[in-house]
Design a binder for this molecule. Structure first.
Ligand code: FAD
Ligand code: FO1
Length: 449
């Protein structure tokens, strides 16, 4: 059974007999998906059909054809898996509150289930849908191992405050998943022909200037293969190699985790079972559980997660104090986007993101901090960092990104450091520091103009 602490009622209506709809958004997978498991539990209890629906909304937070192609190819794979389990997958195109009420009527639904997402736009979608439907509407946290709404009811100050809450509760939630069963009831009325995926891709109204990437393939199967590959080949050196941009020390799982092709809980279960180097396992679980779930907590409890007002008071004060400090360099968003700065290392990081759709984690810190240094204000810096991150990163438009940018530019989840110009007491990083840490010429050479 799905742990009730994962479930949040978006309205207070009681379930009535009828088809159960899972409105899939963030957790785009058939397996290891608590929201889908819960929807099936409820449908089986009422001997009702179960239907999965996804609403394609063009232009989501600046996403381009790069991210939509990755997402849609992944959805097609999940749709096939669901079809084999007698669970139809329906694709709607348009705003959820416009499309879903009619769909629920048509399906004579008795319950709508959706997954958890702390971002402003998906939350707005949900409250609008809740206002337009007359059936119970339940949200299930299928993204976090420890349900975000349950593990903390406030904005956590830093990793150590959340880690304390995660620590002793983890075994309660880090459990195996129940398996989906072949659904015994199929909706009798509704021509449930699968979507025409080619047509969907062709008709999408999105920016088509950012090419897709070919170094990783989308969908649940490729995500599971990537996890097995990481555990087998790179987990052991994660703690010593993950922060070196010239090494392939990270897992490269973030695009799969972002689109929900892979469950973080599945990752944690498999890492825990592995016989790898304990220091690496611990380091990885810290990032996967504490850092990642801290980002969801940040976005859920901080409405200004993507702007200056969302910084801690100490950070706003120190950045205000240094607001008028002279900037030795200053660039426009176009110059940043074209990697036209004076700094060859920063330009290489920008090119890595533009070309591959995934900048190395260590370089993301340097990259964002230099945008603060080379723009007129922290507000402009955040706007540019969010714009570029969400346009080019496969894993962009994610709480991890907003928390990462707030950390780099506004000291979120960090502490004050020695005061200096422009940064004030926000942690500083510089070219020399990178030069001392790794072979920057090799990194620059690996990300050519
Ligand atoms: P690994 O090191 O293998 O980590 C495994 C998983 O742990 C990641 O997939 C992620 O889910 C989680 N994780 C690791 N580091 C962090 C972190 N610092 N914060 C939160 N979760 C973490 N992450 C995104 O998913 N999307 C973004 O748009 C994004 N933008 C960032 C911007 C800046 C300025 C900074 C400083 C960080 C950003 N991050 C972002 C966080 C982190 O850099 C990436 O999650 C990581 O590099 C993804 O690569 P990986 O999966 O190979 O990481
Ligand atoms: N969620 C949807 O429900 N519909 C969409 O059309 C959609 C597009 C999209 C494009 C890029 C991207 O990175 C995410 C997108 N999402 C969409 C949301 C995504 O599944 C997550 O809910 C959010 O990114 C939060 O992590």
């Amino acid at each position: 059974m799905t742990d009730p602490r994962r479930i949040y009622h978006l309205n207070s209506l009681n379930t009535r007999p009828g088809c159960v709809i899972y409105w899939m958004q963030r957790d785009q997978r058939a397996f290891d998906n608590w929201a889908l498991n819960y929807a099936q539990e409820r449908a089986l209890a009422m001997h009702q059909p179960l239907v999965v629906v996804f609403c394609i909304v063009p232009g989501f937070l600046g996403a381009t054809i790069r991210q939509y192609e990755f997402m849609i190819k992944g959805l097609a794979i999940t749709a096939r898996k669901l079809g084999k389990l007698n669970i139809p997958f329906c694709l709607l195109q348009g705003l959820p509150h416009v499309m879903l009420p009619g769909f629920a009527e048509q399906m004579q639904a008795g319950l709508m289930v959706t997954d958890f997402n702390p971002l402003r736009l998906p939350m707005e979608w949900k409250s609008k849908v809740a206002g337009c439907i007359s059936i119970p509407f339940h949200e299930v946290d299928a993204h976090n191992i420890l349900p975000c709404r349950h593990i903390s009811d406030k904005l956590e100050y830093a990793a150590f405050t959340l880690r304390k809450k995660v620590g002793h509760k983890l075994p309660e939630f880090l459990t195996e998943f129940p398996s989906l069963v072949r659904h015994p009831v199929f909706p009798v009325f509704h021509e449930l022909t699968g979507p025409d995926w080619t047509e969907v891709m062709k008709s999408l109204q999105v920016d088509r200037d950012v090419p897709g990437v070919d170094w990783l393939s989308p969908g649940e199967n490729n995500a599971s293969a990537a996890l097995i590959d990481f555990i087998g080949k790179r987990l052991d050196t994660y703690d010593t190699e993950r922060n070196f941009p010239n090494l392939k020390g990270q897992s490269d799982l973030s695009p799969y985790l972002h689109f929900g092709h892979l469950s973080a809980q599945r990752v944690a279960i498999e890492i825990q079972k592995s016989t790898g180097n304990p220091a690496s396992k611990q380091a990885f679980m810290e990032e996967l559980i504490v850092r990642r779930e801290l980002a969801d907590n940040f976005c859920l409890h901080n409405p200004d997660y993507d702007n200056f007002n969302g910084f801690q008071p100490w950070a706003r004060a120190t950045l205000n104090k240094h607001r008028d400090d002279p900037r030795e360099y200053q660039y426009t968003v176009a110059q940043f986007e074209q990697a036209f700065t004076h700094d060859d290392l920063w330009n290489a990081a920008q090119r890595e993101m533009v070309v591959t759709g995934k900048m190395h984690g260590y370089m993301r810190m340097y990259w964002a901090k230099k945008i603060l240094e080379w723009t007129q204000s922290p507000e402009e810096a955040i706007a540019i960092a969010v714009y570029l991150n969400d346009k080019f990163e496969l894993d962009g438009r994610d709480p991890n990104g907003y928390a990462g940018i707030a950390w780099a530019i506004g000291g979120t989840h960090d502490r004050p450091w020695g005061e200096r110009s422009i940064f004030g007491m926000i942690r500083f990083m510089n070219y020399q520091g990178c030069k001392r840490k790794f072979d920057i010429n090799k990194y620059i050479h690996n990300n050519p103009k």
